[in-house]
Every structure is written in C-alpha cells, then in structure tokens.
Ligand binder design. Structure first.
Ligand SMILES: O=C(O)CCC(=O)C(=O)O
Ligand SMILES: [Fe+2]
Length: 375
C-alpha cells in the first residue's frame, strides 16, 4: 500500500518541459581553488570529524566550498530549474502581481528588474539588460505563506519537498560540522535553523539575461557588484554558465568553476557575526560570462538560509573563540540586535543604495556594517 501510494505520488508529478543544462565554457579561466566536501561520508564512523577538519580552512579563510553527495538527484534539481525557467518567463505584468514587499524588507515573491543599481546612477531598468530578476519562495509555513503564480501552485508539493530536503538535511549537516569546529554541542547552530522557525529562508529562481557587448561595456561587465550575503549560508546549485567570482584574501577575483554534481556553498553575514569573524562571509560578484557563453541567458537556483528572527547576534560562547580571543565577556554592538532585523534591513537598504564595486562598508544597523551590495 505504502509503495503503491508512493509510486502513484511519483507518477502524479505534473509534466514540465525538461530543462537542459547548457554546455560548460571551454575557456581556461582563473578558477578559485575550492575544497569539496562529500556529505555522503557524514554518517560513517568518524565521518563528521573528518569532514569538519576538511572544512576548517575553507570556512575560516575562504568562505566558499563545494558539497557533493547531498542526496538530491540531478533530475530533481533540473525540474527546479525547469519550474524556475517557466516562472521567470511569465509576462512581466503577470509576475508583478506577485511582487515581494521589498520596501518592507521581504524577499518573498517576485523582485523585478530595476530594483537595484548595478553601478551608482545606473539603475538596471533597461529591459534588454535585465540583471537579476528573481522569484523567491519562503518556506511553506504560515509565516511564509503568500499567493504564488499557478506554475508554483502546480508544483508546490515538489518545491516544498525540495526545500525541506535542503533545510532539514543538507544544511543541518553543514551546521553540525561548523558546530563541531567551534567545539559547541553538535546541534548548537541547528537551533534557530529549523524548518518551522520564523525566518526568511527561501528557495530562489534567478535569471541573468544575456547582454550585448555595448551593454556589458556600460555596466563594466558587472551583473551583481561585490557583496556578501545576508543570512547564515547560501547554497548555489550548479550552473554551467560561468559568471560567479569570489574575492580571495589577496584581493584578486577568481571564477567559480561549475564542479560536476556539486552545490557551491558560501558563508553569509550572520555566521560571521556569531563567530566574530572566525567564519568568513566572503565577497563575491556576478560578471558577464566568457565569450563562448556570452549569448546565453543564465538561470540560477539558490537556497538562502536565514536564522530565526528572534535570535540575537551575540558572539557564541565557543571554547575555540575564547582561546582565540574572539569571545570575551565585554558587551558588543551586536548583543541586542535581532537576526531578523538585520536581514530585513539589508533587503530594504538594497533598494536605496548602490552596490558599487569598490571598497568600503556601508553602515547598516547599530554600527554593524555590511559589505554593500545584495544577495
Ligand atoms: O548567481 C550567482 O552565481 C550568485 C548570485 C548571488 O551572489 C546572490 O544572489 O547573492
Ligand atoms: Fe550573493
């Protein structure tokens, strides 16, 4: 009976035109040297400790790494790309019915083009040079409920299963590994990152439309200027069109190679705050793809993990951070700040300010600073 129900359930997935992954670039770009964690080792005896050791340098010095063995099939991932493609291909008027309340600090729903400046004074409001319209779906809990387009409603169960697999399994493993590194109880960072917690975690479909050489010149090849992400972790599903770059500690920009069957993960601001900088929320940006991919639109699938709104941003009491002098009993600017205020303020602030690809921080809240830009 159980099996029959399951089979029926599988068969009942509505048809969607399959998504075909584009070809990888043949250019030999200056790729970033990132480690790969095979999460399938997590359950083996000693596996967690081994993975935590492997992660140490990446989370402290780099802020980016790949994961494999995370238990989502390529078919399930490609169906999400297909749903995202169809959502973002809806007519603009239709998408605008689901516009997110960006001014109120929420990303839930559609964020149209023209919402941010790519360069100061150059808002991205030209239909031909759309930088990054996106459709975000908060967790399917009462706090995150909103009206969604029919395509999302049709595939809602599948989208929810996909989100839950990421939120309840993949990111939980990563949070355990980071708790181990910080010498905290294994479930320490999982608290505040539960599916039912009130937070702005979301799955995102995003599109970067191909630009003409003139448009690229106007925007200096930038699609999204250098920035750090707002939440706890960002998961970026493999996208063969090269465009993501990360800033290394020596200040160079390196390309992120679409490593087979991987997810690219990066640390975001809140984990940096909680660890007083020990975990690195790295600066990254999105640029025009290399010549052999220049004419193609780039579709993205991402998951943004945010902490529960009511958690404060105090440095966690980790034995490691105490030994390193990063945790003391002195009060700090972050002690009374709530994670939810930080995230929502950054979403709203993104609308006002530019994401200049230069140096310097922008004051955001109570003396805490963000590295400009948006996520
Ligand atoms: O599309 C990408 O590769 C990265 C996008 C990004 O950095 C963001 O949305 O915060
Ligand atoms: Fe980002």
């Amino acid at each position: 009976m159980g099996t029959a129900t399951q089979t029926m359930h599988m068969a009942a997935k509505p048809y969607i035109e399959p998504y075909r992954q584009p070809e990888e670039s043949r250019h030999d770009l200056p790729w970033a040297d990132l480690i790969t964690l095979d999460l399938s080792q997590f359950e083996y005896p000693g596996g967690k400790q081994k993975l935590a050791n492997q992660l140490k340098d990446a989370v402290h010095n780099v802020g980016f790494f790949y994961i494999t063995g995370f238990g989502l099939s390529q078919e399930a991932i490609d169906r999400q790309f297909a749903i995202g493609r169809d959502v973002l291909n809806m007519p603009t008027e239709e998408k605008l019915k689901y516009r997110a309340d960006l001014e109120g600090g929420s990303y839930n729903g559609y964020r149209p083009l023209g919402s941010v400046e790519v360069y100061p004074g150059l808002p991205d409001n030209n239909e031909a040079s759309i930088s990054s319209p996106m459709y975000n779906m908060f967790k399917f809990i009462p706090y995150g409920e909103r009206e969604h387009p029919q395509i999302v409603q049709q595939h809602r169960e599948e989208i929810e299963q996909f989100q839950r697999k990421i939120a309840e399994d993949v990111v939980q493993k990563l949070l355990v590994l980071m708790s181990i590194l910080l010498e905290l109880p294994e479930d320490y960072l999982s608290n505040g990152h539960r599916y039912n917690d009130t937070s702005d975690c979301h799955l995102r479909y995003m599109i970067y439309r191909a630009r003409t050489p003139e448009e690229n010149a106007k925007y200096k090849d930038i699609y999204i200027g250098g920035h750090s992400d707002f939440g706890s972790l960002t998961l970026l599903f493999r996208q063969p069109i090269a465009a993501l770059q990360i800033k290394t500690s020596s200040g160079e920009w390196k390309w992120v190679k679409p490593y087979p069957e991987s997810i690219t993960v990066n640390i975001a601001d809140i984990l940096q705050f909680w660890t007083n900088g020990y975990l690195k929320s790295s600066i990254h940006r999105v640029v025009a793809p290399p010549p052999d991919q220049a004419g193609q639109d780039r579709l993205g699938l991402l998951y943004f993990l945010r902490p529960a709104h009511n958690l404060n941003l105090k440095t966690v009491d980790s034995p490691l951070l105490r030994r390193l002098g990063l945790k003391t009993d002195e009060p700090t600017d972050a002690d009374d700040l709530k994670a939810g205020d930080w995230v929502q303020k950054r979403v709203a602030q993104n609308l006002e300010g530019s994401s200049k690809d230069g140096q310097g921080d922008k004051v955001v809240l109570n003396g805490l600073k963000a590295k400009y830009g948006h996520d």
